[in-house]
Design a binder for this molecule. Structure first.
Ligand code: ATP
Length: 253
């Protein structure tokens, strides 16, 4: 089923305003990349959508709508929206094995999970020797393995939307490439609507269909990925695109 998740007019403040009237739309089968400099408000916008704002940050305006119906972030998390975060280690309880994490994820969603499905899902995200991995605690796994496990949990939840905040930032180049391949596989196989926060325009070029650019808590430009790379308008976008092209010895026209 085609689903649509809208973030409408998200406005956040601490002692000072942090995010001002950001609106984004996620659609099944499309990747929306959220880019912009450090501190521009990308992570806080995701946190608002997930209902996990840090202490001290409050939402002063804005709402979420799932297929046109206003919803709370709490009602979306897990069932409708799976998350893949920057620091996978912090997303896992150090006292629980991977098997417990997988069972808890499914129990919270009211799904039964048989061992064959669990093992097949781990294998599908490249966690070899799935049965051994299921017995491991987070400290026994590398960052890349934990990131794969987070993707496995997103697959198990079968959520129609994924919010991925810098999912490859803490990984080495090889692990990054593998995680990008897995995200591409997800788009081909399950076609969720994905919000992908990244500072890497190479990742944008490879995965995104649409792009929104943030600066100082506002969206300053948005468009489909081809148009944005071909004819960036805002100085922030132009800088991001030129820096990316420079890696290939090219310049903006
Ligand atoms: N708990 C908090 N209390 C007060 N201000 C905060 C808090 N968390 C973030 N901020 C501020 O909000 C702004 C946006 O932060 P945010 O983490 O969303 O940026 P970002 O675009 O995700 O940056 P990065 O790419 O570095 O992750 C920043 O100026 C940051 O200092």
């Amino acid at each position: 089923m085609m689903s649509q998740l809208e973030l409408h007019n998200i406005t956040l403040a601490a002692e000072r305003p942090l995010v001002h009237g950001v609106s984004l739309t996620l659609r099944s089968g499309r990747v929306l990349a959220l880019v912009g400099g450090s501190g521009s408000g990308k992570s806080l916008t995701c946190a608002a959508a997930l209902g996990v704002l840090p202490a001290g940050v409050r939402q002063t305006a804005g709402e979420l709508a799932l297929n046109g119906q206003t919803v709370t972030p709490q009602s979306l998390r897990g069932r409708q929206v799976a998350t893949i975060m920057q620091n996978p280690r912090s997303a896992f309880n150090p006292l629980f094995t991977m098997a417990t994490h997988a069972k808890e994820t499914c129990r919270a969603l009211g799904k039964t999970l048989d061992d064959a499905t669990l093992i097949a899902t781990l294998a599908s995200v490249g966690l070899e020797e799935a049965e051994r991995v299921l017995g491991l605690y987070p400290f026994e796994m590398s960052g890349g393995m934990l990131q794969r496990m987070m993707i496995a949990l997103a697959v198990l939840s079968d959520a129609p939307f994924i919010i991925a905040d810098e999912p490859t930032t803490d990984l080495d180049a090889l692990a990054q490439a593998r995680i990008l391949e897995l995200l591409e596989d997800q788009m081909r196989q399950r076609a969720p609507g994905m919000l992908l926060v990244t500072h890497d325009m190479g990742v944008v070029a490879r995965l995104a269909d649409d792009v929104a650019v943030m600066e100082n808590g506002k969206t300053v430009e948005r468009g489909d990925v081809q148009t944005l790379f071909r004819a960036p308008q805002h100085p922030v976008t132009r800088n991001l695109v030129s820096a990316h092209l420079a890696l290939y010895g090219m310049e903006l026209a």
